[in-house]
Design a protein around this ligand. Structure first.
Ligand code: CMC
Length: 428
């Protein structure tokens, strides 16, 4: 049922009456599905103003700097919930009570190990392979192990694959790291919480027990939470599009990992730290700010700007506080943080950044925290992927549970040749 209607006229002639639908918050949407029959497509490269689906998972108001999962503000979740609670909320729509939480935690714990055959997959990679390349390949390969979960029309099987993915992603991510440094894989420990267990699998060695620092585990958990979901971003839209054809969940999540890898998306935290390292000292900050403003130079300040947030990124505010907490508690004096703070100050006061509404985003600070924790730079995007995995799977599950779900199939404005006569090779 339409809430109101928009009339589309071309040269004064009304060609379509288009229903307008209201969501529970945010912009209303003009339903243009009948427009093709009137001989027109809408044209919106980069999806600047296109709602590709209906969703009840995450709400963002970029102008006001609001991010809510299932109605809960991100800063409350980051400060008062743990990541597994956030996973439950994203998947089920409600905050769990104690029994539901314990049961959920137990299910995830029971799925943390991977099949021993999967271990062999790693040995096919060169030791210097990027861990995102390994993650992408190995997550896709999970589909060959879990045939019992692959009926995407069965809600219980969809939920089981969600549990498996949430549980196994840290195990696979840590295996990618261990493989790249030539250390033995470390099995998960179910007496540890999600963040502690990941750190254990990353940093334990058989020769020595690794004691997880509560400060580090808390910061890690917060990084997971702050990256858990972000509505229809590039990787989530990729997962939805892949899933819309009926592809299996593991293949869809592997597609999400691939999409996240790019430096304009999840690869920005790695690119940001590389940039801070390249700047290196306070006296070079102005030079890099000038480079970012120079239109003839493709350089951009990594960790600045966002398609949706044009005020501030609420995740960045929590991440900034966490960053200072972690460095203080661990007693780390990091010159890169000084460079980051100077960059932040210059950019926030510079008219170029103010006019274009370019604020530090979540990845500006997460890289510094991850570095302080001892995570190598090439694992940053892997950690983003591990965290976003729950968002991807929640959107995939939501989409498949909606009545009338259709394969995603955008249209185009064709600009190529037309009606040419083909001349056989022998005559050309
Ligand atoms: N440094 C310098 N100039 C910038 C930057 C930047 N980081 N970001 C945007 N601009 C300029 C850009 O040159 C353009 O200027 P003009 O209008 O004169 O051509 C204007 O701002 C708008 O940029 P855009 O590329 O049209 O904006 P977008 O919404 O398509 O892109 C973005 C958003 C995040 C891809 C972009 O801001 C960017 O490349 N940022 C750096 C990479 C980054 O930090 N990405 C992480 C995003 S947060 C994590 C996630 O959700 O994945």
């Amino acid at each position: 049922m339409a809430d109101s209607k928009a009339s589309l006229s071309i040269d004064g002639n009304v060609i379509a009456e288009l229903p307008i639908h209201k969501g529970s918050a945010g912009n209303d949407v003009i339903d243009i599905r009948t427009l093709g029959a009137a001989g027109y497509f809408t044209y919106d490269p980069g999806f600047m103003a296109t709602a590709s689906c209906e969703s009840a998972i995450t709400f963002i108001d970029g102008d006001k700097g609001i991010l809510q999962h299932r109605g809960y503000a991100i800063d409350s979740l980051a400060k008062q919930a743990d990541y597994l609670e956030v996973c439950y909320i994203l998947l089920h729509g409600e905050a769990p009570n104690r029994t539901q939480y314990d049961e959920f935690k137990g299910i995830i714990n029971n799925h943390t190990m991977v099949h021993e055959k999967l271990v062999h997959f790693f040995h096919g990679f060169l030791p210097d392979a990027h861990p995102m390349a390994m993650l992408c390949g190995v997550v896709g390969a999970l589909s060959s192990f879990y045939h019992s979960d692959l009926d995407i029309h069965a809600p219980d099987q969809r939920m089981r694959s969600a549990h498996r993915l949430i549980a196994k992603m840290p195990t696979i991510a840590a295996m990618a790291y261990k493989y790249s440094i030539g250390q033995p894989f470390v099995y998960p420990r179910n007496d540890l919480n999600y963040a502690e267990n990941f750190l254990h699998m990353m940093f334990s060695v058989p020769a020595e027990e690794y004691v997880v620092s509560p400060t580090v585990a808390r910061a890690m958990d917060r990084i997971f939470t702050l990256h858990a979901d972000h509505e229809q971003n590039a990787s989530t839209s990729t997962v939805r599009l892949a899933g819309s054809s009926g592809a299996n969940p593991y293949a869809c999540i592997a597609a999400g990992v691939a999409s996240l890898w790019g430096p304009a998306h999840g690869g920005a935290n790695e690119a940001c730290l590389t940039m801070l390292t390249e700047i290196g000292s306070l006296d070079r900050v102005d030079e890099y700010v000038a480079k970012a403003k120079d239109k003839s130079d493709p350089f951009r300040l990594m960790g600045f700007g966002h398609r949706v947030y044009k005020n501030f990124d609420p995740r960045a505010t929590v991440m900034r506080d966490t960053c200072h907490e972690v460095l203080k508690e661990l007693g780390i004096q990091d010159p890169l943080l000084d460079v980051a703070m100077a960059l932040e100050k210059v950019a926030l006061e510079d008219s170029y950044f103010i006019e274009k509404k370019l604020y530090p985003n979540v990845d500006f600070y997460s890289g510094i925290i991850l570095k302080a924790i001892g995570i190598p730079t090439n694992m940053f995007t892997v950690i983003f992927a591990m965290s976003r995995n729950v968002g991807w799977i929640a959107h995939w599950d939501e989409m498949l549970g909606q009545p009338g779900q259709k394969i995603g199939r955008p249209r185009q404005k064709y600009t190529g040749e037309i009606n040419r006569t083909f001349i056989p090779l022998s005559e050309r």
